[in-house]
Design a protein around this ligand. Structure first.
Ligand code: FRU
Length: 736
């Protein structure tokens, strides 16, 4: 080729490229930055009259949208519904890209592309949070086959209840979707897919694919629906199997119906019956199963519920989704322990019913049989819980054996006060010989509050007073209240009442005539991340006030998710700042210590599960740094502050000394400082290969000599811990 021809050819090529590039500029369909939706049509209330500016009242933080505005159908909460429809536009690019988050309900919380009156593309949110926020993710549809036609976008929210909303932003037509993943066109669907089987084992196992479309499954026996739940059914290749206890219907025929499945889905064909869990050989030995924190065998947990000591056992009930890795289908799961350390999980204690899912609540031993559910010689265990349907009401259930639970036939015991009323915590108040209940009452747009009720018998409740909390986004005195009395500095003649809430802020005061009168309020308690909805045990024989909280520590890739924090004893102490809560891990945890404590050189220490105790008297400018399996805990004596993987918290010296306790488990880290005045729990997954512990001391910027470090090590105790899951994997179904 001669040179001048080559130049001409190149010039032509560039000219062509420029024209092509101009034709493929992305076209913005909507960025939702205006005050209203412009030409889009709105129906219902969920979308309001215009785009939202991030999260709405009562919603967790929303991230991942562009600019300031987005479509957010949480207007009026999860129960609001509506639609938002675009004007039609020509489909003259290869892809439509958008950002989407929120509810993952096919046909119910979705964005649809309509061509010729038909839904040709659809997408939903993921039904999950990312960390502590709802995050929108980029998605794309391939629309090449509709070139030259017109399309309309329809954003739908028909879903009520959990994740009943959708977030959408930045809808564009483009020829270059880059790395944005494609939402595939909808597969042909079959409705009411049915399978029948005769129960011949204790459990029926459902295949779950995390992140798959959620289906509604019903189980019926002799024409009566006995179970109904949402589940991300695996059409093939499940991630894990969710067990349903079918012992009540042994020998009977179950009819299982999935509301909708892609044609050809194997989901119902693969249902299996077996007494034990599927993959039971790995139970409690899974890579991300924390080894001394409670987590459910399968599924999701959030709040601890019904913490009580009854008939020689500690009971831990817990918010449980047995069929999913995420929140949903709230049941009360159930586990027991003789020592607060080794837990044995049992069948679900409370299943959702026609009054709704089973939200949080508490349990008491009714020693005087005031409820009449037991006898004087055989006092009943009474559970007080929220049935979160419409209306949302407070109910009770009872048990004589601590294994089987009967719901009270005349439920509810407290009717709906506001749609968000929930989380009853009950205790016996000896001075007035009455039961007292604290109940969270949500009041959208107004001040929310904690209501105090009294009852002679756990069945009939009268409102006695109201403590006001924050307004809307303000979480002061929010959900999951607890109220208990503690001696100040161990002085039985000087007791105070402590009112706590889900975010662990608390008030200290008095309780007179059914009214809580705060002396100090809004005290910040737990520092760290993901500690929530803690509750204290009722009826502990030695009178200790023991608390467990929910730790939002995820277990990615496992058949279970989230866990409960270490049980801690709460006490009240006088400090220079006033009276404050202190938290000490219960002494029973010492039984987990494996072998003799480790002094001396840390260089040779290796441990997977670790407890470290350090007592030291630092010089004024010293910082001391602990590294445990990659976790970095830094104590700064000048600032009197601790930093745990970057989370800083005040940690005053007490008599010039600092006492630290650090626990490292497979998915969480807990640090106690300043004799328990400071507690920093954090989700944390240590590096598998790193089993080392090191301590380094700095004075100013200088490192200390080996001799000086040796002096510090004198006060160090490091323990390898044993797993609390010592029992062999055993069937979790009760033999009744
Ligand atoms: C707190 C909470 C409670 C509610 C429960 C539902 O985490 O929102 O208020 O009862 O979770 O799972």
């Amino acid at each position: 080729m001669n040179r001048s021809f080559a130049w001409v050819a190149m010039g032509l090529f560039f000219a062509l490229m420029t024209t092509v590039a101009a034709a493929t500029e992305p076209i913005l369909i909507a960025d939702f930055e205006g005050a209203d939706y412009g030409k889009w049509k709105v129906t219902g209330t969920a979308f309001g009259t215009g785009p939202a500016q991030g999260k709405l009242d009562g919603q967790m933080p929303v991230e991942g949208f562009q600019g300031n505005g987005l479509v957010n159908s949480f207007r009026g909460g999860d129960d609001a519904t509506g639609t938002l429809t675009s004007p039609s536009f020509p489909l003259d690019r290869a892809f439509i890209t958008f950002l989407i988050g929120g509810g993952g309900w096919a046909d119910e919380t979705c964005v649809n592309l309509i061509v010729n009156g038909q839904v040709v593309r659809t997408a939903t949110g993921p039904n999950t949070q990312a960390g502590n926020s709802e995050r929108l993710s980029p998605a794309a549809w391939d629309v090449r086959e509709f070139a030259g036609r017109e399309g309309t976008i329809e954003i739908i929210d028909r879903r009520q209840g959990g994740w009943g909303h959708l977030n959408v932003d930045q809808i564009e037509l483009t020829d270059d979707r880059g790395l944005i993943p494609l939402f595939l066109p909808p597969a042909p669907l079959a409705r009411n897919v049915t399978r029948q089987l005769v129960v011949d084992q204790k459990r029926l196992h459902f295949p779950v694919k995390n992140g798959a479309r959620s289906r509604v499954v019903t189980v019926s026996v002799e024409g009566k629906m006995v179970r109904r739940f949402d589940i991300e059914l695996a059409d093939a290749d499940p991630d894990w199997w969710a067990p349903l206890d079918v012992t009540p219907w042994a020998g009977k025929t179950l009819t299982i119906v999935a509301d909708v499945l892609p044609v050809g889905s194997k989901a119902l064909d693969t249902l299996k019956q077996a007494d034990t869990l599927v993959d039971a050989q790995d139970l409690y030995r899974e890579p991300l199963r924390s080894q001394f924190h409670f987590s459910p065998q399968r599924g999701w947990t959030n709040d601890p519920n019904g913490l009580v000591f009854f008939r020689g056992e500690y009971h831990l009930f817990f918010q449980h989704n047995p069929y999913g890795w995420n929140w949903g289908n709230m049941h009360w799961g159930h586990a027991t322990s003789s020592d607060l350390v080794h837990w044995e999980e049992h069948s679900e204690a409370l299943y959702p019913d026609e009054m709704g899912p089973m939200f949080s609540g508490s349990a008491v031993v009714d020693w005087k049989n005031t409820s009449g559910f037991g006898t004087a010689g055989e006092p009943p265990l009474v559970l007080i819980y929220t049935a979160a349907g419409n209306p949302t009401v407070q109910c009770i259930a009872y048990s004589l054996d601590g294994r089987t639970f009967t719901k009270y036939a005349a439920n509810p015991v407290i009717k709906q006060i506001s749609p968000g009323n929930r989380d009853p915590k009950v205790f016996w108040h000896e001075p007035t010989k009455a039961w007292i209940q604290v109940l969270y009452v949500e009041n959208p747009g107004k001040r929310h509050s904690i209501h105090l009720f009294q009852s002679p018998n756990l069945r009939d409740w009268t409102l006695s007073s109201v403590v006001e909390g924050g307004i809307d986004g303000d979480k002061y005195l929010f959900e999951c209240p607890d109220l208990f009395e503690l001696a100040v500095d161990g002085d039985q003649n000087n007791k105070k009442w402590v009112l706590t809430a889900a975010n662990s802020e608390y008030a200290i005061g008095g309780l007179t005539a059914g009214k809580f009168v705060p002396e100090v309020s809004r005290l910040a308690d737990v520092r760290g991340q993901g500690f929530y909805a803690a509750q204290t045990f009722s009826d502990v024989p030695d009178g200790r006030r023991i608390q467990i909280g929910w730790s939002q520590a995820p277990s990615p890739g496992m058949a279970f998710n989230q866990l409960q924090t270490l049980p801690c004893e709460l006490t009240l102490s006088t400090t220079p700042a006033g009276i404050r809560l202190r938290r000490t891990p219960v002494k029973e945890l010492e039984t987990l210590r494996d072998g003799p404590q480790h002094f001396g050189s840390l260089a040779s220490f290796r441990g997977e599960l670790i407890e470290l105790q350090a007592h030291f008297k630092p010089g004024p400018a010293e910082t001391i740094e602990f590294q445990l399996r990659g976790a970095k805990i830094l104590y700064d004596a000048l600032r009197q502050e601790i930093s745990v993987n970057g989370h800083r918290a005040p940690a005053p010296l007490i008599d010039g000394r600092q006492r630290l306790t650090i626990f490292v488990d497979r998915t969480m880290l807990e640090v106690f400082a300043s004799d328990g005045l400071t507690y920093v729990p954090l989700p944390f997954i240590p590096k598998a290969e790193d089993q080392s512990v090191s301590v380094t001391l700095h004075a100013g910027s200088a490192r200390l000599s080996a001799a000086e470090e040796a002096a510090i090590e004198q006060t160090l105790q490091v323990y390898r811990l044993k797993s609390c899951w010592t029992k062999p994997a055993s069937p979790r179904v009760n033999s009744k």
